[in-house]
Write a protein that binds this ligand. Sequence first.
Ligand SMILES: [Fe+2]
Length: 365
Amino acid sequence: MNIPTVDLTDLSSNDPARLARSAEAIRHAFGTFGLVYLKNHGVDADALTRFYDAFRAFVARPLDAKRPYGRADLWYQRGWTPPNTEVAVAGNGQPDFKECYFAAPLPTDEDSRVEFPQIYPDNIWPDDAPPYFQEGLLTLGRSLHDAGLSLLRGAAVALGLPPTAFTALCDRAPHVTRALQYLPLGPSQVNTGILWGEEHTDFNLLTLLPGGRFLDPEGRPAPQPDARSGLYLRTRATPSEPSGKLVQGAAPPGCIVAQVGQQLEILTGGTFLATPHVITAPGVPGWQRQSAAHFMHVHTSTLLFPLPPLRTPAAIRSYAPPVLAGTYDIKTLVDIGLAPPSALDQLGYRHYDRLNRMRAEAASA
Ligand SMILES: [Fe+2]
């Protein structure tokens, strides 16, 4: 059960053997694990460490100092996500033990902001941010995005699609980069089954994970305290393994991780799979973990349905009805607790009361 590694320089080469090798690795990795390791990805490890130092300083501030950046009105799509906010759709209702910060690292579609104000807002930053907080998060997001675009071109070719089949849908889309800090469990909480991140699938197109680090109970970066904490994913179900297999997603040194999201699963008719994954906490109290993720999305105006060559009768049955990506985003943000349930009222006709109001006007005239 080895998760393949793709060398991004293979994808940019013109060598047929290297291209064929990476296409095969992508098909196997995304078809079975929903996850691939990337090397020669262009993400600067020293810059990542500097950013984690800055983010640690922000998280260490008192809750009241962070509260102005927790924007429920933006469905937390920018700025700070307080602890105990986000929940997994299929979880037990226990919110994740984490604090996060969201920013869009690239210009997004100004016109679409009118249609989806909470999905395309301006970035917000702490007034007195720690040094390298803003630049570090943006730099990280842009380098992960470039790696993701290369991989998406390779993934399209691996399926016999035009190289731009996926990347063309990413133009000015609402991509977001998120810094995460998983919070320390107390002595009575460890080994009770409490998870740092409940099992879920990502709802976006492709997620890039640059790798994280642990903080010891004094808040200092330190090696992993035990073998049980980390990212685990559930492989595709097969007749002999109907629950899939739980596999640890630990990238080889120097590699980053790319994960299939629901949008990519839908567009490929299930050929690539958004696999459930979980972040388990260590069995010792007081430890934290810092990590980051860049979530690549398709543009909100994209129709989410299997692309024509992959639109088999089985794929149509699995992914019907076709849905606008922006609508899908709203539904999911409600499901995971970031948008209020009232946001769903926007997905259909909203003027049922108009006739009654008009009749009332007529009666009172
Ligand atoms: Fe995830």
